[in-house]
Design a protein around this ligand. Sequence first.
Ligand code: HT9
Ligand code: FE2
Length: 400
Amino acid sequence: MTTPTFHPLDGVSDNGRMEPKKYDAIVLASFGGPEGQDDVIPFLRNVTRGRGIPDERLEEVSHHYRAFGGISPINQQNRELRAAMEAELARRGIDLPVLWGNRNWAPFIADTLKDAYDAGHRRILAVTTSAYSCYSSCRQYREDLGMALVETGLDGRLEVDKVRQYFDHPGFVEPFVEGVTKGLKSVRERLAADGESNAPVHIMFATHSIPTADAEAAGPRNEDGGPALEDGAYVAQHLATAQAVLDRVPEAADAQWSLVYQSRSGAPHIPWLEPDINDALADLAATGVKGVVIVPLGFVSDHMEVVWDLDTEAMETCAELGLVAERVPTPGTHAKFVAGLIDLVSERTADNTIIERPSTTDLGPWYDVCRPNCCANRRGEKPTIAGADSTVGLPETEQA
Ligand SMILES: CC1=C(CCC(=O)O)c2cc3nc(cc4[nH]c(cc5[nH]c(cc1n2)c(C)c5CCC(=O)O)c(CCC(=O)O)c4C)C(CCC(=O)O)=C3C
Ligand SMILES: [Fe+2]
């Protein structure tokens, strides 16, 4: 396996690090979700715009939202995360407002950037609610911000950078360490209460499935254009982060574990990452496993993919299979996660107090500035910020 080389800090151009700057606002960029029954279909149309998701799938997904009154939990979670980030900044005496904008629902990223400009901000640092590298979780946010600059005519007037993907940052990893520790204890106690004290327990890390072609395209490229990391950065980052979590849970020392996928969509003939969590649970039960700790490693908060696909569907599967199961919390507004996000901001700011860039895997710390063709958009190129080949979001003097 090849690991990307991280050169010492010497500017943007060929090393993936960006010199610290003086920013004047943070933008929390997220997915967005519906806030009532009338929003559901318009929201799903925004999500799937131009992507060939079949109508039956839209209908199917709309039921998940309908069952929750048409309200996705994600927006409220982002309001709480934003407030927690502001509180942490205030606690540290850092004067940076936190603005919020979404890809698929109001407040939209373009409106947020326009408001930022009108409020006098000129240099923005984006933090996204996605920890890993793939098209949906990294490049698409870079495009959202890049296209928003073009749409609003702010390109060249508003500089926009982004913090590194933070899958291996201790602030993201530590809440999972706590969760796995508690989850294991609880599953083992419940098994003991059923007279199954020594029954095997499995730790199942779950993340969003993506098309295998996107997984291949994830992360930096080799000279021959292939993925620099075996199986692509998305899979490699999840495997490395799962290991980093397990290394910090002594009680997990002898437990078996796996990485599984959920929330597949798209046409059935297009390959996506497998196994699906429900199939994996059935296979485990068939081998005599009695307890499972489900770790939503791919997600930052308890949004619909977590409360529906895990808490509803996967938990039903566990009940049918007679598996004792616990779902570990997502980082959400855990104090360590919030502090970690502010550390990620601090390592990029001119009055930086974070000298060392923490990372719990040998893949990181990840790039501040994505490498050329990183997480390529297979449907064609769009303007992106924060890439070595970006043409937008730069100071006016550096515009192509
Ligand atoms: C990697 C990844 C993450 C994790 C990283 C990140 O967080 O960014 C993520 C998160 C999320 N995905 C979400 C919702 C949806 N994702 C969809 C569709 C898709 N996701 C994909 C990938 C990912 N998705 C892909 C390759 C597709 C198909 C193509 C496309 O359409 O891009 C669809 C369309 C219908 C469907 O087919 O399911 C919906 C409604 C919500 C909001 C939940 C809420 O409302 O609480 C969140 C946080
Ligand atoms: Fe998704």
